[in-house]
Design a protein around this ligand. Structure first.
Ligand code: ADP
Ligand code: MG
Length: 726
């Protein structure tokens, strides 16, 4: 490392820190060294030239959580209460209005500092109550006093830093941290500390990036609005380049290492299926994706493909065709589903579709017992030729199941293809275990109906090729979606009666959230009771319930009964969320819809609209809704487009919360870039990374030494395995 070692000194040596605060900074926000402090970026900026009049500050005008500053004279101060409950209330006035500043902690200290009659600048977040506001624990500076940032923030933009309660109590609120960074820069300048560039010079020039030193200065002390933008861009680019070098480097390394199993033959299984069994014409999108898969599997490359397709777009058919082609080439396939129900459903439909082809299909789930289990495990490991010799049972060509497949010591004799359905339910670790199942590395097809916004996919699945089914089978009518409240209950039930009278089926879904499981089951139970009351058996209604606490077999039986038309109404927790296929169901009622996330709502809605009839989705909620919940429900009513909803979900919740990101177990430590929002920078970084790696895949050249360091910095430790699996 050439980097100037000065920045590796502990932060406690900085003026204004010391032992105690030094330890706190490390514990609370991970700032241990001077270099860490330099990379502790503001998360937003306030305009320091802007002093608000007290009268101007209104609840409507205030940005949520925004900081403001007022310049006001202290008119009185008062300690209210005593002992631990004591608080200091300071009245202030500025000619436009009066307000109160309040301290619950550091009461004595604040009381001593503030003189009646003197003018101060108060900086903090206004809290509104009945139209009036006050500020709790504002930061205070006497007017004309020190600590105005040494005139660094020429643009008037001052960084606001994340802080914690403990830090604030140690006088390291956002302003305190800001002052520390100011002290650090003074030191850097005084001592002529070098801040090394982390990117090759020619890349900085070609990409038109701000230099690192200048960027670090401007991120803390913006000299102008443009300089701040350029600084942000530079620092984001650096992070995202590190991430992309990591991802793309592993991808090309893997491609160089693993030779794929070649599957050039189009044989009898595929041919016969195509001629005799295919129940419908494939959509253009399905055909295109099959071609893409085929191109991979004949190429001698090992396929790693993510197949995205909205619910109902027909991903299963694509998977089946791929598995038939594998069988034509003498290879076995695994199809993994996230739930027992879904695995059984796949098993039933694939058995039916492959009937008469001479293929052997097996199933193995956690619930598999006795003969089923034995046959799956033995059939999977049997060699293809063995049946000829001893006339034993033939080997299983397609094995379908849940994660029991990878937990139960199944040995595959000649595994060629692994299909993972609804992949976000599978952890990275589970995927990693797949490799041990076969002798050589099989092709992998990961299918998901949770649309992942493109920008996020570039990083999360940056090492997978992506196929998209962007077309629904013909004749589908978009589901109509409505938002209703309990006041509309009678009308909703009336609607259900009319649909049932037409011979249709209805889902009623209740939320199930781990934390409040007990209450949720109670809701489900109460809901079920009241539905049974409203739709009595005597009038010919059959209502069944399915929930997570039922035994697998019972769940199975209930699902089958519903599918076969033995009941018109199914009351369920979100177990039906993934993949259930009952084309005759036309109504989806989602209770307490405000408690579901957007992608979950969209998934649930996808359970209807699978046949030719007009389908309906009714979102039930209480009257009172948070702003965000209201936005979610409105979005559901307005659009059926899964990608649009995913983008919106991303905007509402940020990348960290997106379905798939947590489960994926992939965590890059990003300080400034946002995987969801910085799509353009990601693209630029990805392009730059691709260019460099094209010339020097392992970044071994001396000229790429800096980039190799950057890559290593952004290679998550937890991700060491990831290279193995996807
Ligand atoms: P998903 O992509 O959600 O997994 P499925 O594979 O379950 O969707 O397919 C949804 C339904 O559409 C199934 O009933 C399936 O048989 C049917 N289907 C699939 N492809 C076509 C097609 N090309 N034409 C008509 N129906 C199709
Ligand atoms: Mg599916």
């Amino acid at each position: 490392m050439r980097r100037n070692e000065y920045l590796d000194n502990e932060v406690k040596f900085l003026a204004g820190v010391g032992e105690v605060r030094g330890r706190l900074l490390g514990e609370e926000v991970g700032v241990r060294t001077l270099g860490n402090l330099l990379e502790y970026y503001p998360f937003r900026y306030i305009d320091r030239t802007r002093i608000y009049g007290i009268g101007e500050i209104t609840e409507e005008g205030a940005e949520a959580g925004a900081y403001v500053q007022v310049r006001a004279r202290v008119t009185g101060k008062n300690i209210v209460g005593a002992g631990r409950g004591a608080r200091l209330v300071v009245g202030v006035a500025d000619g436009t209005g009066v307000t109160e500043m309040v301290w619950f902690r550091g009461v004595k200290w604040a009381e001593k500092r503030l003189e009646v009659g003197r003018e101060y600048v108060f900086f903090g977040r206004p809290h509104f109550f009945r139209g009036e506001f006050s500020m709790v624990h504002p930061e205070v500076e006497p007017v004309g006093g020190a600590g105005e940032g040494g005139g660094r923030e020429r643009a008037g933009l001052q960084g606001v830093y994340h802080t914690t309660e403990k830090l604030t109590n140690a006088h390291l609120g956002t302003r305190g941290i800001y002052n520390l960074v100011g002290n650090l820069w003074e030191l850097i300048e005084e001592r002529g500390v070098r801040i090394e560039e982390t990117l090759p010079k020619e890349m900085v020039e070609r990409e038109g990036l701000m230099g690192r030193r200048e960027a670090l200065y401007n991120i803390h002390f913006p000299q102008s609005g443009e300089a701040l933008k350029a600084a942000e861009h530079r620092l984001k680019f650096e992070e995202l380049l590190g991430v992309q070098l990591d991802i793309l480097g592993k991808k090309s390394g893997r491609e160089a290492r693993e030779r794929g199993l070649a599957m050039p033959r189009v044989g009898e299984n595929f041919g016969k299926f195509w001629e005799e069994k295919l129940p419908f014409q494939l959509t253009g999108a399905q055909k295109r994706v099959i071609k893409e898969i085929r191109a991979d599997t004949v190429s001698g490359k090992q396929m790693n493909r993510l197949l995205q397709g909205d619910v109902g777009s027909g991903k299963t058919m694509v998977a089946l065709v791929a598995m038939l082609l594998a069988a034509d080439n003498g290879y076995q396939s695994l199809l993994m589903a996230p739930t027992e129900i879904l695995a059984r459903q796949h098993y039933a439909s694939i058995m039916k579709m492959t009937e008469g082809l001479g293929l052997r299909v097996g199933i193995l789930t956690g619930a598999s017992k006795g003969a089923e289990r034995k046959e799956a495990i033995e059939g999977a490991s049997r060699n293809a030729g063995s049946d000829k010799k001893d006339n034993a049972k033939p080997r299983i060509d397609i094995l379908i199941g849940t994660h029991a497949l990878i937990e139960d010591g199944v040995e595959m004799a000649n595994l060629g293809l692994v299909v993972i359905d609804e992949q976000h339910r599978f952890g990275v670790e589970q995927r990693a275990r797949l490799w041990e199942k076969g002798r050589s590395v099989p092709h992998i097809l990961v299918m998901t109906a949770t649309p992942i916004p493109r920008t996020l996919a570039m990083t999360l699945y940056g090492d997978l090729e992506v196929s998209v089914i962007d077309e629904l089978p013909p004749g589908r009518q978009p589901v109509r979606t409505y938002h209703k409240t309990d006041a509309d209950r009678l009308a909703v039930w009336g609607f259900v009666r009319r649909e049932v009278a037409k011979g249709r089926q209805v889902y009623v879904v209740y939320p199930l959230i781990k934390e409040s499981e007990k209450m949720d089951y109670k809701d489900l139970h109460d809901g079920y009771e009241s539905i049974v009351r409203d739709f009595p058996r005597e009038e010919g209604y059959q209502v069944i319930a399915v929930h997570g606490k039922m035994r697998a077999e019972d769940k199975q039986a209930a699902m089958r009964e519903f599918k076969e038309g033995g009941a018109q109404i199914m009351v369920a927790t979100s177990v039906i969320e993934v993949g259930v296929d009952v084309p005759n169901a036309t109504v989806m009622i989602i209770e307490s819809a405000e408690r579901f996330g957007l992608s979950q709502l969209h998934q649930l809605r996808g359970r209807v609209g699978r046949g030719g009839e007009q389908s309906h989705c009714i979102l039930m909620s209480g009257q009172k809704l948070s702003k965000e919940a209201r936005q979610r429900l409105r979005a559901m009513v307005e659009t059926n487009d899964g990608f649009e909803l995913a983008e919106m979900d991303l905007r509402l919740r940020g990348a960290g919360d997106m379905a798939g990101t947590q489960q994926s177990g992939i965590a890059w430590e990003l300080k400034i870039a946002d995987l969801g929002r910085d799509g353009q920078v990601i693209e630029a970084a990805r392009r730059a990374a691709g260019e460099v790696l094209g010339r020097d895949p392992f970044l071994e050249a001396e000229e790429n030494r800096l980039l190799a360091e950057l890559r290593d910095k952004y290679t998550p430790k937890a991700r060491a395995d990831y290279s193995k699996i996807s």
